[in-house]
Design a protein around this ligand. Structure first.
Ligand SMILES: [Zn+2]
Length: 156
């Protein structure tokens, strides 16, 4: 069984990618999930860390089905497969982070999530990596359930 202190990539551990405030046990059940988490770390989080040279703060990576239910995640959430991570870069605008990822990395789905117009450090970036990456960009503002196409600073 994988241990919490195991590294998934040079700078990211299983502990960071399984963090949860739910109080529930949150251990990946399958080697496939661990492989997916490794890909997320090497393809998304490591390039972000190398570019910004700042700590990457992970809000949520892997979610067991129970944890996902407890936090109100969608049943189709890529977090359950270990394919998605929510994070921000310490001291940086999440909007700028989303734009940089969109222009630079290969990813499946990128969401600027719970962003508040005018507050650059609000919200977080949700980014997923899969075998057939769609390169989809969306923005969801705090207080709204609507997903707008593209990475945008304010609702039209
Ligand atoms: Zn997410």
């Amino acid at each position: 069984m994988a241990s919490n202190t195991d590294r998934l990539s040079k700078h990211f551990t299983l502990r960071e990618m399984t963090t949860t405030s739910s109080g529930l046990l949150n251990q990946p059940a399958s080697p496939q999930v661990l492989d997916n988490l490794r890909s997320l770390c090497s393809q998304i989080l490591e390039p972000v860390r190398a570019h910004y040279e700042r700590p990457v703060i992970i809000h949520s990576g892997y979610r067991s089905p129970d944890v996902n239910k407890a936090v109100g995640g969608s049943s189709a959430s890529q977090h359950v497969k270990g394919e998605a991570v929510d994070f921000h870069v310490s001291g940086h605008s999440v909007y700028d982070l989303a734009i940089w990822i969109s222009n630079t990395l290969d990813y499946d789905q990128l969401i600027l999530e719970n962003f508040l117009p005018g507050i650059p450090t609000s919200g977080w970036v949700h980014c997923s990596f899969a075998r057939n990456n769609r390169g989809q960009d969306l923005t969801k503002f705090k207080g709204s359930k609507m997903y707008h196409p593209g990475i945008i600073l304010k609702p039209e």
